[in-house]
Every structure is written in structure tokens, then in C-alpha cells.
Design a protein around this ligand. Structure first.
Ligand SMILES: NC(=O)C1=CN([C@@H]2O[C@H](COP(=O)(O)OP(=O)(O)OC[C@H]3O[C@@H](n4cnc5c(N)ncnc54)[C@H](O)[C@@H]3O)[C@@H](O)[C@H]2O)C=CC1
Ligand SMILES: N[C@@H](CC=O)C(=O)O
Ligand code: NA
Length: 445
């Protein structure tokens, strides 16, 4: 038996991810010690209630409610509580006491990342967060290290497992959003407050982290455009399916040049969009995530796998732990984050994409030509128009009666968000339009 040096590991939070990290640390202690060259001794797990019932069987003596004693006695602190406070204060306490830190807390990193990284750099501590984006999928390290010598131009990803699970269930099983969310919560995918998932906040936090990493800049969370999936209706999913598309919540990060000013900048945005079934993102089912990265020299790369789930996410946490424990043993300070440019974040109105607009219109001569001119007035060109009749109500005289309506699905070529928004405002006010039933972006080639 090799005598290893001991590293004291404190775990903050024993929930879906924390309990699995604790179990794996205890079960695989010998193997991990051999890999690291040091024993990773789990010295305690911070919880709210030491006597609470748990789904994972862990030694009761590990549980504590005394955060300070636990943190100050550790070489490495793993934060898996979630939320901003007290997670932020505990991480700062750990860093300032000379510990290295692993966290999965994207909400905290997206809002207080610069403060935490500066604190770590100041004392030469390591702060790792692979689990914070896309769960088990290695994406933080590839962007920060493997692609550190390349220029990343675009990231297109499904980065929230809960919403992907929900949209997939709505599409394939006919679940309501509420039914699918309840299931995602039971399976440990959802955040403690699932509004973070369905409102797109979690994906926006991940987009801020991804864009900052990929473009070597700081993208504040407040600059990430965000729409969630709460307004997505079964009718939209149904009509997307009939047209050969699926609806996915996407995070898109791009390096851009403003056409008018020539100014360089970036965009980070999250919204539900139609993706053609032939696109690889359409085949990402359940709580899986997928992240496409387009880089100048590397070309297109795709990272795919489990984006949520306790044990899956625990894998990423342990990967960070092994990595920083090796360095801790070797000695020397942590490596500071890459030097940052200060690129402006473009407003959503400047962004260019395609759209599918569904209109309910009165069935009268001249409707198509009139509506086409509304689009062209704003420089939005049409790629496709499909019409389906809604029969006149029983008792009306004929198909041409004014009470008959038609549904128009209009696909556009690329246009700016600003132009599309102005078009939709004018369409809503047009006398032929009885309802703007749906406006969805169309993403993916
Ligand atoms: N569940 C997942 O699939 C993933 C979660 N994450 C992140 O990992 C972190 C943990 O997530 P989960 O394990 O799912 O959350 P969870 O809600 O299941 O577990 C959090 C645990 O921390 C404890 N806790 C919270 N505040 C505390 C406090 N002040 N004092 C003591 N204990 C406290 C809670 O009682 C709970 O047991 C979060 O930041 C989450 O965003 C990241 C990737 C995937
Ligand atoms: N709630 C998150 C968990 C992982 O980050 C998700 O559903 O993706
Ligand atoms: Na990850």
C-alpha cells in the first residue's frame, strides 16, 4: 500500500450532485489516490439538516452545519449548494484561506465570476467549474485550453437539460410543459427553482460563461438576450413537426462585426428556435446537451452528452478535483484566467437570423400581396409561404365569405431582429391579419 499525502476535501451541499460526488469519492478513494498521487479525504459535507432523509447512503458523521470550521480545515472546497449567497462568501472564504475550489454554480459564476477569479488570482488559488456548463460534457476545459490558441467564431448549443427534456417530451409524448417539468425535477435535472430552467435564465448564465471563455472577454449576464420556453405552445411544436422541424432552446454566442460601423463585438443570446430535423441538434433528446463550436483553424467541433443529472454532473466535478489536486500536490500557484479583451456585446436588434411567422388572416383577394409588401417595406424577404384554409363556420354562405380565415406560414430569409420586430408590429395592425399566431426563429443551416 502506497503512503500518500492527504488532501482534505470539503463538500458544500449534499443534493443531487453533491451526494453523488461524495459517494464516488468514498467508493473510488483508492483509485483516485493512485491517479492523483494523494489521498482525497472527504472531511465533511455541509448540509442544512444533518438528520434529513437522503437518497444516497452516506456516513452520517460526515454531515455538518458548521460551514466555517469545514471550509477553514480544507485543502480543497467543492461548492455544490447553488445560489449566490452564501455560496459566494464560502468560496471567497475558501480561496482566502489557501484552498482550491471546484464549483458547478453557473448562477454565481455568471454574476460574480470576475470577482471570484480575481480573488483566486490574487492568492494563486485554482477555481475550476467544468460542471457549470453542459453538465458532464467537457466544454469549459476544451474552450479554455484545447482551443486556447485558436479563434472561436461561433457557438450554437443546447445547454439546458431540463428544457430539452421538456420540449422533447412535448414533441414525442404529447406531455404538457407542467407534466414534463415535474418529471425533470424528479430526475434531478431541474434547478432548485425551476424558473431558472424554463425561463431560460440557466441557459443565459451558461451562455455568458461560454461567450466569456470562447471570446476571451467578459460578457455580463445582463447583456445576454434571453427568452425561455414558457410561451411555447403545443400548437407551435405540432406545426413545427409537420413542417419537418423541432423546437429547441438554443444558446448562441457569436463573434460579430457591425455592418455599418465595422465595429467588432460579440453576441450572446438564448431563445427557443425551430431546428430542421436533419440538423444534428434536432436529434438531441432527453436531458442531453450538445454544443457546436466553430473555430477559425479547428473548423466545426461538436460536444455531446449528458447536460444534467446528479451522477453525470459529478463526473465533471471529480475531473476538476483530480486536475486541481494534481497541481496542488505539485505546488505552485493556479494559472490566471486568460487576458481579457473588452469586446462590446451587440444588442439583439442587430442580430441576423431567419424566422417563421404564422398568421391567421381573413380569406380575401389581395391578402398575400398586401402582406408580402409589409415584409418588403422592412427589407425582409420571403423564402416560403404556405397557406391552409380554415373552413367557414357552418351556416356561412360560401368559402369566400369574409368569416372564412386562412392560416399563413411565412418563412423569411435572413433579416435583423429589428426589421422583423417592426414587420410584426405592422402585421398585427394590418386589417387582413386577425392574429399573429406565432413568431419563431429558425436556426441551423
Ligand atoms: N442537477 C444537475 O443536473 C446540475 C446541477 N448543477 C449545479 O450544481 C449545483 C448543485 O445542484 P443540485 O445538486 O442539483 O442542487 P440540489 O438543490 O439538489 O442540492 C443543493 C444542496 O445544497 C444544500 N444547500 C443549499 N444551500 C445551503 C446552505 N446555505 N447551507 C447548507 N446547505 C445548503 C441544499 O440543502 C441541497 O441539499 C447548483 O449550482 C446547480 O446549478 C450543474 C450542472 C448540473
Ligand atoms: N438545471 C440544469 C442542470 C445543469 O446545468 C439543466 O437542466 O441543464
Ligand atoms: Na461541462
Amino acid at each position: 500500500m502506497i503512503e500518500y499525502r492527504n488532501l482534505r476535501v470539503a463538500l458544500l451541499g449534499g443534493g443531487s450532485v453533491g451526494a453523488q460526488v461524495a459517494r464516488l469519492l468514498l467508493e473510488n478513494s483508492e483509485e483516485l489516490a493512485n491517479r492523483v498521487g494523494a489521498s482525497l479525504e472527504l472531511v465533511g459535507i455541509l448540509v442544512r439538516d444533518v438528520d434529513a432523509e437522503r437518497t444516497v447512503d452516506l456516513p452520517r458523521e460526515l454531515f455538518t452545519t458548521d460551514a466555517e470550521t469545514l471550509i477553514l480545515g480544507a485543502d480543497v472546497v467543492i461548492e455544490l449548494m447553488g445560489g449566490i449567497e452564501p455560496a459566494r462568501s464560502y468560496i471567497l472564504m475558501a480561496i482566502n484561506s489557501g484552498a482550491d475550489v471546484v464549483t458547478a454554480n453557473k448562477a454565481l459564476l455568471a454574476t460574480h465570476g470576475p470577482e471570484l477569479f480575481a480573488a483566486a488570482d490574487q492568492v494563486g488559488a485554482q477555481l475550476k467549474y467544468e460542471a457549470a456548463v453542459a453538465g458532464a460534457i467537457p466544454i469549459v476545459r476544451p474552450l479554455g485550453e484545447s482551443l486556447g490558441g485558436d479563434q472561436v467564431n461561433r457557438i450554437l448549443g443546447i445547454v439546458n437539460g431540463t428544457t430539452n427534456f421538456i420540449l422533447d417530451r412535448m414533441d414525442t409524448e404529447g406531455d404538457t410543459l407542467e407534466e414534463a417539468l415535474a418529471l425533470a425535477t424528479d430526475l434531478g435535472y431541474a434547478e432548485a427553482d425551476p424558473t431558472a430552467d424554463i425561463g431560460g435564465y440557466d441557459a443565459a448564465q451558461k451562455a455568458a460563461i461560454l461567450a466569456s471563455l470562447a471570446f476571451h472577454t467578459t460578457v455580463p449576464l445582463a447583456s445576454v438576450y434571453r427568452e425561455g420556453i414558457t410561451a411555447i405552445t403545443p400548437a407551435q411544436i405540432d406545426s413545427a413537426r409537420k413542417a419537418g422541424y423541432v423546437v429547441k432552446l438554443l444558446a448562441i454566442c457569436e463573434r460579430l462585426v457591425d455592418a455599418e460601423s465595422g465595429q467588432q463585438g460579440v453576441s450572446a443570446r438564448v431563445y427557443p428556435a425551430m431546428v430542421h430535423r436533419s440538423h444534428p441538434l434536432a436529434s438531441v433528446h432527453g436531458a442531453n446537451n450538445a454544443v457546436f463550436v466553430e473555430a477559425e483553424s479547428a473548423g466545426s467541433l461538436m460536444f455531446y452528452g449528458a447536460g444534467a443529472g446528479g451522477v453525470e454532473t459529478a463526473s465533471a466535478v471529480l475531473g476538476d478535483l483530480v486536475s486541481l489536486a494534481r497541481r496542488h500536490i505539485a505546488g505552485g500557484p493556479g494559472v490566471p484566467a486568460s487576458q481579457h479583451a473588452d469586446l462590446p456585446v451587440f444588442d439583439i436588434g442587430q442580430i441576423v437570423t431567419r424566422y417563421a411567422v404564422t398568421l391567421e388572416v381573413t380569406d380575401e383577394p389581395g391578402v398575400l400581396a398586401t402582406l408580402a409588401s409589409v415584409f418588403s417595406d422592412h427589407g425582409v424577404s420571403l423564402a416560403l409561404v404556405e397557406q391552409s384554409m380554415t373552413p367557414a363556420q357552418p351556416g356561412t354562405a360560401s368559402r369566400s365569405a369574409v368569416s372564412a380565415t386562412a392560416t399563413l406560414v411565412i418563412g423569411t430569409h435572413e433579416a435583423t431582429e429589428a426589421a422583423l420586430a417592426a414587420t410584426v408590429t405592422d402585421l398585427a395592425a394590418n386589417r387582413f391579419v386577425t392574429n399573429v399566431a406565432s413568431v419563431l426563429r429558425v436556426e441551423g443551416a
